[in-house]
Structures are given as C-alpha cells and as structure tokens.
Design a binder for this molecule. Structure first.
Ligand code: CP
Length: 326
C-alpha cells in the first residue's frame, strides 16, 4: 500500500502509480462496505471541495457532491457560466484564490485543446489538489470506477483478460475521447489484454497509443488495435463500447457528422455480444444513446453492468478525496 497521496492532484491517469491506484481501490472497497453497513466515515469533516463545471454532467456532479458530503465535508457546485471567468479571472487567479478557499478543486473542462491545459495551469497556482472530473484527454475518475467494476466482476487478477475498448456509433454530439484514452493507459498496467477498436478516422493521439504499448510491454499485458468491431469482440471478457468524436481527423462539425454517419453499424447489439465469452460484461460510462449506440436489449440485459459501474464512481471518488484532501 502506497499512502503518500495527501495533497496530490489527479489529472492524468498516470499521475498515480499502479501501487497508488491499488491503494485507492482498497480504500474504495472499504468505503463501499462502510456505506452498505451504514457505518459513519466522516474522514473529511470541515473540508470543502470546489466543483467547477465548464460542461454538463449527471453522474460526475452527483457522485462528487454526494461523496464529499458522505465524508463529512461540503461540495460547492460552480457552473463556469456564473463565475467571472469569462470576464477575466485567469487560471492563475482561480488556482491561487480557490486553493485558499477550498481543500480540493475538481474541474470538468472538455474543450479540445483547452481543457487539459486549463487544469494544469490551475494546478500550478493552487495549494489544494486538482481533481480532473474530465478533460479532453483523460477521465481518470471514470477509469478508476471502471477498473473497480472490472475487478469486482472478473477478479482482481486481470492478466489474460481480454478487454475491448471500442468506438460506437452515436448521433447527438462529438464526445471527448478521454474515456478511451484513460482505459488504454490504465488497464495495461494491470496486465490485461487490451484491444482498441475504432474506424480509421477515430484514432486517438499517437502519444497515448505509444504509451499504452509501452505499459503493456512493461506490465506483461498486451495492447492491439483493429478497425473491425466484431473481430475485436470475439472471446472478449469485457466489452466497453462508447462513442467519441473524430477530433484527430477533423474539428469541423459538418465534416465530423459526415464521417460519423458512415459507421452506424458500430452499434453494440446482441449479435455482437454473442461473439464475446458467455460471461462477458458490457460496460458504458453513460450517458448512452439507446438503440443507436447500444441496443436496449444489451443495455438492460444480463451482461450489462452499467449501473454497478456508475455506482462505483461514488466509492472511487470518495477514496481519492479521502486520500488527497485529508
Ligand atoms: N460518465 C460520466 O462522466 O457521466 P456524466 O457526464 O453524466 O458526469
């Protein structure tokens, strides 16, 4: 167990070592059990968390706000639109000032080419840890909950488990590719055989691909890529299929829509799930576009773990807050 997390920020998934992530999960399971038994666990009494959102959220807001309250502290929901950020508050000012008001600053800023830089500039100026509630590159708290869920369903030893991270078709808007990035960076450290599947135009940043390959080599897992969703899903233990935008190919909305429309067959349906192992689990961070991105039969079917996965956001985030904001 590595316990030196007090005051540490979590912006990239790799900001915490593998052992530190294992510590987070140990604490998360303990907190989950305590909540199940109704045992008090107010480890952050009188502590406060700023929750600054530049983009909408259901799960992230709900789980952070509830989580900090369950730990005995208080979370302040702050919509960027009602702040003075548009009128001149800089990242430095926000970090300096909120770092003095709050014991942690959680930020969601997913704008392509802007969000991650914003978080890191606030971190440079803040005396309180920065928690990444999703930027365009990483969604580390989603990934911790995902890892926790996979280990709950498949056992803690993920070596030789085939985990498919696949693009899926969706229509509503071009989603960040941060969930896929986080998964391909975190899961190889746990020895899993990670398969990334996406149509050619939906590639991820090359530096993340290279890092995933290096981590797989170092930790004895595997990392492979394909542009065939069905081929990827064959014999999978975990099918994690979600949409993201073709930002590496184009940032023009009309062009992105045109490219995306070519791949409406990339829906997770029962036929595709039948290619996976019979006990395979279906995962999605939500929100999902029902019967576009995934069929309701899969989403509500026996292999789906999406609600356990969403629940684990609460426990994983409480663990990180308890370890970093104490
Ligand atoms: N999975 C996730 O981050 O959900 P929200 O966008 O609703 O927070």
């Amino acid at each position: 167990m590595q316990t030196g997390l007090r005051g540490r920020s979590l912006i990239s998934d790799l900001d915490f070592s593998k052992e530190e992530v294992e510590t987070v999960l140990d604490v998360a399971w303990d907190l989950k059990a305590k909540r199940a038994m109704g045992l008090p666990h107010a480890y952050l009494r009188d502590k406060t968390l700023a929750m600054l959102f530049f983009f909408s959220s259901t799960r992230t807001r709900g789980s952070f706000e509830s989580g900090i309250a369950q730990l005995g502290g208080h979370g302040a929901f702050i919509d960027s639109k009602v702040t003075q950020i548009a009128h001149g508050d800089t990242e430095k000012e926000l970090g300096e000032i909120f770092g003095r008001y709050f014991d942690g600053i959680a930020i969601r800023h997913v704008t392509w080419g802007v969000g991650n830089r914003y978080l890191n500039l606030v971190k440079e100026a803040s005396r309180a840890p920065i928690l990444n509630m999703q930027c365009e590159d990483y969604h580390p708290f989603q990934c911790l909950a995902d890892l926790m869920t996979i280990q709950e369903k498949k056992g803690r030893d993920l070596r030789k488990k085939k985990i498919v991270v696949s693009w899926a078709y969706a229509e509503s808007y071009r989603k960040p590719n941060s969930v896929a990035n986080s998964l391909i960076l975190q899961l190889p450290r746990f020895g899993a055989d990670v398969v990334l599947a996406h149509p050619p135009e939906f590639n991820l940043k090359p530096e993340f691909i290279e890092e995933a390959k290096a981590l797989a080599k170092r930790y004895g897992g595997a990392f492979t890529m394909t542009d065939d969703m069905e081929e990827a899903i064959k014999d999978a233990d975990v099918v994690y299929a979600k949409s993201w935008g073709p930002m590496m190919t184009t940032t023009t909305e009309e062009e992105a829509i045109e490219i995306t429309r070519k791949y409406s067959s990339w829906i997770t349906d029962e036929k595709k799930m039948a290619l996976a192992r019979p006990d395979a689990i279906y995962m999605h961070p939500l929100p999902a576009e029902r019967d576009v991105e995934v069929t309701s039969a899969v989403m509500d079917g026996p292999n789906s773990v999406v609600f356990d996965q969403a629940e684990n956001r609460l426990h994983a985030q409480k663990a990180v807050m308890a370890l970093t904001m104490c």
